[in-house]
Design a protein around this ligand. Structure first.
Ligand code: GLU
Length: 472
């Protein structure tokens, strides 16, 4: 954003430098880790429905190849620019390192407002973008694997895989050229809700840490906490859903054209349906309207979840934020100034590049599924069910007692794909939270959780450069 003292990429560099001081790596290696390795800026023509030709501006940035392939979403937004894509690609490198997903960071962007194009026009733009990536060797299951991001979803990923496959006939692993695909095109169950569920798992783990909660003046656990969610896109919607389902109260939901507040809690699905019908969340029955959407960020609450775009909390509004925990579901919602203000005020910021890593974690599971050509659970589901049935009948026989029908179904159940994906994600988010907290606690000089997360990422990426033998 132009009114910020730093560009988005510069603010990522600033956070990196702040953390690099707490590591022991060579200056040159740190410079290499920070730099974007390859930047592909393109322009291509697309004929619109009315016969007009429009020149489309688009990017793909590969920030790091310390692991292959590169990985990261593609966004459709009229705010897209090279600096933004570079920043987002860098965040992907650090994000993947933190959650032990063996990819380098990448990101793509097409500078369009998707609402202004017909579905057919969007399809043409997406397919042309994909063929540009193929031409320059910027996509492929072992090269660079895009995924959904702001303004894109399953539909766009289906167009990408179809275009790729048609240009690369006979490539056995072609389905792994993109993730976030519909199940019918090689997607994995559980990908759609993955980022929101990851946000929930990450914050729940933080809320289960008694020392951290005592510092924030909060009780342990998610139950009963008040939550404000900014953005009702895929990430915001699913974050709100999992918080609500686990006993938290989503007291406000903010969208770009207005926000609503209800002290008794909102149901994200009902709000979503209302928005679909009326074009806005405003005037939702039983809720109070907040016409200036940004004001929702300043509401009284325990947990604030910015789940829309970058730079929404900055030097101007950070002092007005009343939340005790901020969970960065979006990429880069806070500027470095906001970070400093929150550190000074003792507000806990749970940083984006690990908290929203659920999407890429499940993308990793999808990519593995594509490379292995087998659905998760296919091999073990029946075996586990047979074994559980056997164990249960032995126990019932020996004890002379029977479990209830509900318990029987639960105990016998063998894992489906979605069970395995959710449990893999849960394990990943819990482990990442604990690792970052341990780093933070091990050095009292580290000012905040973001810096601890960067230290973790830098150490992992630097170590794998060592593994490559580049820096023996
Ligand atoms: N766009 C998501 C992110 O920013 C997902 C990326 C992926 O799955 O590769 O993390």
């Amino acid at each position: 954003m132009s009114n910020q003292p730093y560009s988005f990429f510069q603010s990522v560099e600033k956070s990196f430098d702040k953390a690099a001081k707490f590591t022991k790596w060579d200056k040159g290696l740190l410079e290499q880790i920070k730099a974007c390795n390859s930047i592909y800026s393109m322009r291509f023509p697309v004929k619109m429905d009315d016969g007009r030709i429009e020149v489309i501006e688009a990017y793909r940035v590969q920030h790091s190849q310390h692991k292959s392939p590169c990985k990261g979403g593609i966004r459709f937004s009229d705010e897209v620019n090279q600096d933004e894509v570079m920043a987002l690609a860098s965040l992907m490198t650090y994000k993947c390192a933190i959650v032990n997903v063996p990819f380098g960071g990448g990101k793509g962007g097409i500078k369009i407002n998707p609402r202004k194009y017909s579905v057919y026009e969007l399809e043409k733009i997406t397919r042309r973008y994909t063929s540009e990536l193929v031409k320059k060797n910027f996509i492929g299951p072992g090269i660079d694997v895009p995924a959904p991001d702001y303004g894109t979803g399953e539909r766009e990923m289906a167009w990408i895989v179809d275009t790729y496959q048609s240009l690369k006939p006979g490539e056995i692993d072609a389905a792994g050229c993109v993730t976030g695909k519909p199940i019918t095109q090689g997607g994995v169950r559980g990908r759609k809700e993955a980022t929101g569920l990851g946000v929930f798992f990450g914050i729940r783990e933080v809320c289960n840490m008694p020392d951290i909660m005592a510092k924030q003046g909060l009780s342990v656990g998610v139950e009963g906490k008040t939550v404000v969610v900014q953005g009702l896109g895929n990430v915001g919607y699913h974050s709100a859903k999992f918080f609500r389902e686990h006993g938290a109260k989503v007291v406000a939901i903010a969208e770009h054209n207005g926000a609503i507040y209800c002290a008794d809690g909102l149901n994200e699905e009902e709000v979503f349906q209302f928005k679909q019908k009326n074009g806005s969340v405003l005037n939702y029955p039983g809720a109070t309207n907040i016409f200036k959407s940004e004001e929702a960020l300043e509401l009284e609450c325990d947990i604030l979840i910015p789940a829309a775009l970058e730079n929404v909390i900055n030097g101007t509004n950070a002092r007005n934020v009343k939340a005790k925990i901020i969970g960065e579901a979006a990429n880069g919602p806070l500027t470095p100034e906001a970070d400093d203000i929150f550190t000074e005020r003792g507000i806990l910021v749970v940083p984006d590049m690990y908290l929203n890593a659920g999407g890429v974690t499940v993308s990793y599971f999808e990519w593995l599924k594509n490379l292995s050509h087998v659905r998760y659970g296919r091999m073990e589901k029946r075996f586990t069910e047979n074994m559980n049935t056997h164990i249960l009948s032995q126990m019932e026989g020996l004890s002379g007692k029977k479990v209830s029908e509900k318990e029987r179904l639960f105990i016998m159940h063998g894992p489906d794909e979605v069970d395995l994906v959710h449990s893999g994600l849960e394990e990943t988010m819990i482990a990442a939270t604990r690792e970052i907290m341990d780093i933070w606690k091990s050095n009292p000089e580290i000012p905040d959780m973001r810096t601890a997360a960067y230290v973790n990422a830098i150490n992992k990426v630097a170590t794998s450069y060592g593994e490559l033998g580049i820096f023996p």
